[in-house]
Design a protein around this ligand. Structure first.
Ligand code: PGA
Length: 261
């Protein structure tokens, strides 16, 4: 059985001083306060801006010791060098951060991240034995042109091509038209792409890895639609933007995931 993963993506939101109250409210709403009581079937993670990595880790551990992982939202592929403004894998590890998003559509769209860069970053993170959450997904124009599978295949195969062993790799399927729009993919639309994506992984690595790999859905996931999404056989969790900023909403989603298949 795959361990479910509910990942919040805070994007460029929140300040350090707001975090103790956030995690207090989240712990109260989710109803589990320490590792022993927290259901092992569902992991909870928050991807936060770099300056919040350390304060979020402390605030989460103070309210819910051992229950929450804190992740970065991006990482550079090189270990060090003259790359002003960038952060490397060893720097994240040094802070005790073991996970990061890679290739979010906002990174691809606004910061020019290419499939090749996403592949290099993923390789660096996998080689460091960290957890990469690699985001893929089509734009509205691509969906309307009937090229969803071709786009997802291109994005996924770019990552897998140079990765003999995917380690802890997680893919998040996030249709760009669903992100921050309030217009989620239907559960059936999401399942269709997830099954396709798992098939790509199966072709490359075989059944063991394909059946063990976690695939998240992202794009206007919320407390009202999470149950139906999580009921799909190939959806193992969600990457949640807006709703993860609200402790009560995200707690409801985590509880729904804990109760799902
Ligand atoms: P959203 O964002 O849940 O606000 O649509 C999801 C994401 O961008 O990861």
């Amino acid at each position: 059985m795959r361990i479910k993963l509910m990942a919040g993506n805070w994007k460029m939101h929140k300040l350090a001083r707001e975090l103790p109250e956030f995690f207090r409210a989240f712990a109260a709403a989710v109803g589990f306060v320490d590792e022993d009581a927290f259901p092992a079937s569902t992991q909870v993670l928050f991807a936060v801006p770099y300056p919040l990595l350390d304060p979020a880790t402390k605030a989460a551990n103070s309210s819910m010791p051992g229950c929450i992982r804190i992740a970065a939202q991006n990482v550079h592929q090189d270990a060090q060098g003259a790359f002003t403004g960038e952060v490397s894998v060893p720097m994240l590890k040094d802070l005790g951060v073991g996970a990061t998003l890679i290739g979010h559509s906002e990174r691809r769209q606004y910061f020019g991240e290419t499939d090749a860069a996403v592949a290099k970053k993923t390789k660096a993170v996998v080689e460091a034995d960290m957890l990469p959450i690699v985001c893929v997904g089509e734009t509205l124009a691509e969906r309307e042109a009937g090229t969803t599978e071709a786009v997802v295949r291109r994005q996924v195969e770019a990552v897998l091509a140079d990765l003999p062993n995917p380690g802890h790799l997680v893919f998040a399927y996030e249709p760009v038209w669903a992100i921050g729009t309030g217009r989620s993919a239907t559960a059936a639309q999401a399942q269709e792409v997830h099954a396709f994506l798992r098939g790509l992984v199966r072709k490359r690595y075989g059944d063991g890895i394909a059946d063990g790999m976690r695939l998240l859905y992202g794009g206007s996931a919320n407390p009202a639609n999470i149950g139906e999404l999580m009921a799909q056989p190939d959806i193992d969790g969600a990457l949640v933007g807006g709703a993860s900023l609200k402790p009560d909403d995200f707690a409801k989603m985590v509880k729904a995931a804990q109760q799902a298949h």
